[in-house]
Design a protein around this ligand. Structure first.
Ligand SMILES: NC(=O)c1ccc[n+]([C@@H]2O[C@H](COP(=O)([O-])OP(=O)(O)OC[C@H]3O[C@@H](n4cnc5c(N)ncnc54)[C@H](O)[C@@H]3O)[C@@H](O)[C@H]2O)c1
Length: 366
């Protein structure tokens, strides 16, 4: 079955981006619903601006842009989703709100419609308890900005039917996106390590070991990221990142949000100040590099132990969604002894067992 009608619930940052990307791919009618009428108007205006710019830059023909815009319909009424073959939920990252929405949707969508959540960090199988047909429910996790970011994590819940999963995978590919198949677990494949990496960045500053600018510079040097953790959080918004980090807290104390910096900025949604001078605290570049690498590598090795995703897929996700140098390739390059030194120290700090996959470093991508 190929999807021809998409409903999106929540016309915020992600819902509007998914609508723009899907309508541009052609052949799919998109209905965008939000309780807040202003959000719907803003999303439609944003779509027009995005397509106009694409025409100006020669990436789209004017007729194509007009047709794409014509495929998006806005509404403030949940009933408008009744005809959709696939509904993607993209409301605030709040379990109770999402659960309530899914219960409301149950009386509206067709029994064989696919329903997906764009949750960043909640577990699909936990949300499935509130859906009328858990066999037709799964995770479709887009990355910001969804208009252009190619990656979508496709997450199978405990009860997701294989045919429903395949239909969603086909939808992702048909809309020009890159699917990353991963197991249902907190943070899926990418946020599982991105959140602790941002968390450790805040701990380094809160402990007086480095400045924000120094952490960003060392992250670029030691992990080969295109932009450092504070710069990136300012783009995705500190509030959004804090939400995502908080949802990983069930994984243990190491994952819980770092106070005070990350929590204060997240709660106030206040951008991090990043000075021009990135020299920072003299003599500490080494400790910053070790801790940022360890906080990224440890969750990845745990993911490999748990079979959340393959090393190749984690590398693809990191490169495509975050513009990281592929981290499993980097671990292989650094070698087992070096990765064990930094990850071992982090495990000791947090009283964690060393991941079994440490033994495979050197040939993770073999
Ligand atoms: N922003 C990101 O970087 C990002 C990336 C990936 C995934 N996500 C996830 O996507 C989801 C949406 O995030 P966002 O950043 O787009 O949020 P947002 O705050 O920009 O938008 C959420 C929208 O949901 C609407 N909404 C709230 N309650 C509603 C209801 N009862 N019915 C209909 N609409 C309702 C709001 O009016 C708002 O427009 C979250 O689960 C988030 O974790 C966010």
């Amino acid at each position: 079955m190929s999807i021809e009608t998409l409903g999106i619930l929540g016309a915020g940052t992600m819902g509007s981006g998914i609508a723009i990307a899907t309508a541009a791919a052609g052949g799919i009618e998109v209905t965008l619903v939000d309780v807040n009428a202003q959000q719907v108007d803003k999303a439609l205006a944003g779509a027009r601006t995005f397509y106009d710019r694409a025409v100006e830059k020669g990436r789209m023909q004017a007729a194509e842009a007009e047709a794409a815009l014509g495929r998006i319909t806005g509404s403030g009424d949940l009933d408008a989703l009744g005809e959709a073959e696939l509904v993607i939920e993209a409301v605030f990252e709040d379990f109770d709100l999402k659960a309530k929405i899914f219960r409301q949707l149950s009386g509206i969508v067709a029994p064989d419609a696919l329903v997906a959540t764009n949750t960043s960090c909640l577990r699909v199988s936990d949300l499935a308890a509130h859906v009328s047909n858990p066999a037709r429910f799964l995770g479709l996790h887009y990355f910001s900005p969804a208009q252009i970011n190619p990656l979508v994590e496709v997450v199978k819940g405990a009860e997701t039917d294989p045919a429903a999963y395949d239909a969603a995978l086909a939808f992702v590919k048909a809309t020009g996106k890159l699917p990353l198949a991963c197991r249902d677990s907190y943070g899926f494949a990418v946020n599982r390590f991105f959140c602790p990496y941002t968390n450790e960045a805040s701990r380094l500053v809160s402990e007086g070991l480095a400045t924000t600018a120094q952490v960003d510079r060392v992250a670029r040097e030691a992990l080969g990221v295109a932009a450092g953790p504070f710069f990136v959080q300012n783009i995705i918004k500190p509030r959004i990142n804090l939400h995502a980090v908080r949802n990983l807290a069930p994984l243990g104390a190491f994952y819980a949000p770092a106070a005070p910096l990350l929590v204060e900025h997240g709660e106030a949604d206040k951008p991090f100040a990043i000075a021009e001078d990135a020299a920072g605290v003299a003599g500490n570049d080494g400790v910053v590099a070790d801790r940022l690498r360890a906080a990224t590598f440890l969750p990845i090795l745990q993911e490999l132990d748990e079979g959340v995703a393959s090393a190749a897929d984690i590398d693809t996700g990191a490169a495509q969604a975050l513009r990281f140098t592929p981290p499993c390739q980097l671990m292989d390059k650094l070698g087992r002894a070096e990765v064990e030194r930094t990850v071992g120290a982090l495990c000791q700090t947090w009283g964690l067992a060393q991941p079994k996959s440490l033994a495979k470093v050197g040939s993770l991508r073999a």
